[in-house]
Design a protein around this ligand. Structure first.
Ligand code: MG
Length: 159
């Protein structure tokens, strides 16, 4: 049996913070505000996995009221969720995602994001889609006040 899940996340950009996206630090004068490192791409992927597992969402599993999660690396959350997938006897078939950001240009950083995340997910880089778009100057993302991410995940469960 196969199940898909869908995830979305958006974080505000704040001057002077590290920009961590896709488990990778990008050189940029602003970063994503969050209790953890604010990695909206990893958060969207995590919610896609929870969706396919029928398991609520990232806020329920890793609450931002928990001081242990302050400034935590989101890849650590992802590692825990992949552990849950495996504990269910499931495997990740593929993941696809979209980063919506006006700046910085994502294209040059996508190979590093795939290299950071695919091993954690236990899938080949070719099974992890990361695509980048601008928001054509529209809304808070277009005004460079936030970065939004979308992800889908396909899981295969034992019959
Ligand atoms: Mg988030």
């Amino acid at each position: 049996m196969h199940k898909i899940g869908f995830g979305y996340d958006i974080h505000r950009l704040e001057a002077g913070r590290r920009l961590v996206l896709g488990g990778t630090e990008l050189p940029f004068p602003a970063g994503l505000l969050g209790h953890s490192d604010g990695d909206a791409l990893v958060h969207a992927v995590i919610d896609a996995l929870f969706g396919a597992l029928g398991e609520g969402d990232i806020g329920a599993h890793f609450p931002d009221t928990d001081p242990r999660h302050k400034d935590a690396r989101s890849t650590g959350f992802l590692d825990a969720v992949v552990g849950l997938v495996r504990a269910r006897g499931a495997e990740i078939v593929n993941i696809d995602s979209v980063v919506v950001a006006e700046e910085p240009k994502m294209g040059p950083h996508i190979p590093a994001m795939k290299a950071a995340l695919a091993p954690i997910l236990g899938i080949p880089a070719a099974s992890l889609g990361i695509k980048a778009k601008t928001n054509e100057g529209l809304g808070p993302v277009g005004e460079k006040r936030a970065i939004a991410c979308y992800a889908v995940a396909l899981l295969r469960f034992p019959d």
